[in-house]
Structure formats: structure tokens, C-alpha cells
Design a protein around this ligand. Structure first.
Ligand code: IPD
Ligand code: CA
Ligand code: CA
Length: 271
């Protein structure tokens, strides 16, 4: 999908790299401004500046498109307008970013005018990796096409995130089920990066009981394009509600569905 000769995928990949460099430059700075939104929930001047940069670049390149960002929200109706919507988390994994841990990323997705996600780019600035997918075009990591082998639930680690301010029960029940079948979990502190790792075959799946569109959508496109299975974030037609997300390598889809399926209201089971 291109407008005025600008290819959205190349544009998003370049923008994610630029945005990641900006965020990194703040991390090196002494006295980073950090504000608490809640317990273990921070927003920094880097989150705000990075989102502003992304928003500005998108409105310059695609003036008719809509924008939804974690920090600034949106000022337009989002679904069913016939216009594409960019969905952006400028820094996913701010807790890691603030703690000087490497696991955070820039996440950029685009949803078409009918509400279908078609583009996902996740940039890990610390590891200098760009995970990219466009509907029908497969997945690349730093421009190299990846082919993901089928892996069962105990052939690797399962990413599990736990949302702040949400009930513990779904996460605990998922973990209990995972341990019962001999599996182990990995929590990177960045849902978007963990989803990119599933698409690249590094994790066999991912579960988090409550995520927002900017955490989940880029990863959903990446995973579907990798041949894996993911819940569809737009299953309720809304970009602004939060909901559970499950993603799986094609070799562990039914095993992970068995662990989490009953928390995934309104989801079509994998076929
Ligand atoms: C968070 C991260 C974390 C997940 C939380 C998200 P943020 O996003 O993705 O891994 O467990 O649910 O809110 O706040 O770092 O952008
Ligand atoms: Ca996030
Ligand atoms: Ca964020």
C-alpha cells in the first residue's frame, strides 16, 4: 500500500530506526525526566519526544492518515473512516528503558481503512534489529527474510507478560498450565518485542491477559506473516479497548490455546 509513491513499509522501517536513535540518545543523558503514571508505570521525556517525532513524520508523509499513539492518543475517529491509521508505541518497555535494561523497542503498526492491520515494524535500538512485515510479503529481520520452523511448546520459551493493574488470575493460571506441561516462560518487559521474537522463531509463543493496540498490532502482523497464529486485536472492532493477546508458533498453537483459550473471549479458535 503506497501513497504518492511513498512505500509505507520502507517508510515505517526507516522511521522506526530514526525514532529508536532519538530514544537511545535520551537514555544516555544524565537526569532523564521521568514521571510516574502508576506503580512501575513511567513515562519519560524520551517517550514523549519519540512519539512526537513519529507523529510529525507520518503527518508529513501521509497527511490523510490517522494516528493513535500511547502517549498522545488520537484526535480523530479511528475505524471505518476509510483512512489508514498508524498505531504507535514510541517506547514499549519503558520500565526496562528507565532501568537501563536492553529490552525495549519502538513499535509501529498500520491498520487499513476497514480496520485490518497490514503493516508491523518493531525496532530494537539496543540490539540494532528491525523486525518488519507487510500483509502477504513475509517477515524480515534487518532486511533478511526469515523462515520459521514449527516448534512445540517445550521446544523453546514462551513469552509471558503481566499487565499492571489487572487481575493476577489469568496470568497465574496460564503459568500453572505451562509448568504442568513442562514449559518455561520468558518475560522481556516489552510485549511488542516478545511478539517480534515469536515471529522470528526465538520464542514459541506469547501470552498477556490485557494489552493495548500499540503493544499488540505490529506483533500480530509479524506473527501472521511468519506462518504463526495470533489472536486478532480488532476482533471487537475497536482499536481503543484493551484485551488478552495470545500468539504462537505454528507448532504450538493448539497447546497454547488449551492453556489460554478460555480467557480469550470472542476469539476464533485456531483451525
Ligand atoms: C508495557 C510493556 C510490558 C507489558 C505491559 C505494557 P509500556 O508497555 O509492553 O511488557 O507487560 O502490559 O503496558 O508501558 O512499557 O509501553
Ligand atoms: Ca506498551
Ligand atoms: Ca510505551
Amino acid at each position: 500500500m503506497a501513497t504518492d509513491g511513498v512505500d509505507r513499509r520502507i517508510f515505517a522501517e526507516e522511521l522506526a530506526v530514526e525514532a529508536g536513535e532519538l530514544a537511545l540518545s535520551y537514555r544516555e543523558k544524565d537526569g532523564l525526566e521521568v514521571r510516574a503514571k502508576g506503580v512501575l508505570d513511567w513515562v519519560t521525556e524520551a517517550d514523549l519526544a519519540t512519539e512526537q517525532l513519529i507523529r510529525r513524520r507520518i503527518s508529513e508523509a501521509f497527511p490523510d492518515d490517522q494516528f493513535l499513539g500511547e502517549e498522545g492518543g488520537s484526535d480523530a475517529p479511528l475505524v471505518g473512516t476509510g483512512h489508514a491509521t498508524w498505531v504507535v508505541d514510541p517506547i514499549d518497555g519503558t520500565t526496562c528503558f528507565v532501568s537501563r535494561l536492553p529490552s525495549w523497542c519502538v513499535s509501529i503498526a498500520c491498520v487499513d481503512g476497514r480496520g485490518h492491520p497490514f503493516l508491523g515494524v518493531v525496532r530494537d535500538p539496543t540490539g540494532a534489529e528491525t523486525f518488519s512485515a507487510q500483509r502477504g510479503d513475509g517477515v524480515t529481520v534487518n532486511g533478511q527474510r526469515v523462515s520459521v520452523p514449527a516448534k512445540g511448546i517445550t521446544d523453546g520459551l514462551v513469552g509471558v507478560g503481566h499487565p499492571r493493574n489487572s487481575p493476577d488470575q489469568p496470568t497465574l493460571s496460564f503459568l500453572r498450565g505451562l509448568f504442568a506441561v513442562g514449559g518455561l516462560f520468558y518475560n522481556s518487559g516489552s510485549a511488542a518485542l516478545a511478539l517480534a521474537y515469536v515471529a522470528a522463531g526465538r520464542l514459541v509463543g506469547f501470552y498477556e491477559s490485557d494489552l493495548r493496540a500499540w503493544d499488540a498490532l505490529a506483533g500480530e502482523v509479524l506473527i501472521r506473516e511468519s506462518g504463526g497464529w495470533s489472536t486478532r486485536f480488532m476482533r471487537d472492532g475497536s482499536l481503543t479497548t484493551s484485551k488478552p493477546v495470545l500468539a504462537a508458533n505454528r507448532g504450538s498453537t493448539s497447546a497454547l490455546w488449551d492453556l489460554a483459550g478460555d480467557t480469550l473471549d470472542g476469539c476464533e479458535p485456531p483451525v
